[in-house]
Design a protein around this ligand. Structure first.
Ligand code: URA
Length: 291
């Protein structure tokens, strides 16, 4: 399905506080201070898409070329430029029998398996497991960290406050949940008190994520936050140094950006997240349609 380029929702841009971004050019041309600020502009143009599209090419200009930036995923034990050597055990799943069994499940059996899973201690305090949601043949696949309280209650990823921001983020690049987008988490059960999932928990859940990716066959994976990026890329990384780069997971392109919950706490970084999404969108255009 094509990315929508018309009628970019004003509300989404406001939610993302991106108004000053598309005013940037005019302000710069007028010699004004082009600093990005969190304030919402007084006027939102009728055709926001035109302005956003213009800005996308500006963002493209500040994103380094993708071709020179393919960084294949590799085991955490290897060191690569800009990434620290892992001080602790690998995130890779260790139970090959279980992983092999999961690797051949169809959608229904997979979701049933996830809901019945007792492979790690997260199962003990969950209300329900949260497999994933969306278009099962999407070109875009977003990977979050793990369910929160609302997700645990409703059984769907990103339905709480962070999810609402995620929907707005998607809208700013012409995407919508469920339309050419599939959303999953690195771990399928809620970590107590919304803590970051442990490496061992991510490792236990990895066969599920791998199978979801294999079934969806997305063109592009977007890792939302560090745990998701580490699960997909099998390495330690910092979001700040991984942003704007193209990685790969089993031949699928991966980009990394901030987690929406982080953006709720740090709204000054929403503009960077939007740059990342524009980078992802440009990359998707380069990748073209599925063959
Ligand atoms: N945060 C996540 O990483 N995933 C969710 O599903 C909800 C919040």
């Amino acid at each position: 399905m094509a990315v929508r380029t018309s009628s970019w929702p004003e509300a989404a841009l406001r939610e993302m506080r991106l108004g000053p971004l598309w005013r940037l050019r005019a302000r710069a041309a007028a010699g004004a201070d082009a600093r990005l600020g969190p304030e919402v502009p007084e006027e939102v143009p009728a055709d926001v898409s035109e302005h956003v599209s213009e800005h996308v090419s500006e963002v493209a200009a500040i994103c380094p070329p993708t071709a020179s930036q393919v960084v294949p995923g590799r085991p955490l034990v290897q060191k690569s430029e800009g990434f620290a050597r892992s001080p602790s055990p690998s995130l890779q799943a260790r139970d090959d029998g279980r992983a092999n069994r999961i690797a051949i499940l169809g959608w229904e059996a997979l979701e049933e398996d996830i809901r019945a899973c007792r492979a790690c201690p997260l199962c003990e305090r969950r209300r329900q497991a949260v497999p994933g949601v969306g278009d099962r043949s999407a070109r875009w696949m977003l990977v979050g960290e793990g369910p929160g309280a609302e997700e645990d209650q409703r059984g769907e990823p990103f339905v709480g406050q962070a999810g609402r921001l995620l929907d707005s983020m998607l809208a700013t690049i012409g995407l919508a949940r469920g339309e050419d987008v599939y959303i999953a988490n690195a771990v399928k059960c809620r970590p107590p008190h919304n803590r970051t999932p442990e490496r061992s928990e991510i490792a236990s859940c990895l066969p599920y994520l791998e199978r979801q990716i294999a079934l969806v066959q997305p063109r592009l994976l977007v890792a939302l936050g560090r745990p998701a990026a580490q699960a997909l890329l099998q390495r330690e990384l910092a979001i700040t140094s991984a942003r704007g780069k193209r990685f790969e997971h089993n031949g699928v392109a991966v980009v990394v950006t901030y987690h929406p919950a982080y953006l709720l706490r740090n709204p000054q970084d929403k503009a960077k997240a939007w740059e990342d999404l524009c980078f992802a969108r440009r990359l998707m255009a380069e990748l073209g349609d599925r063959v």
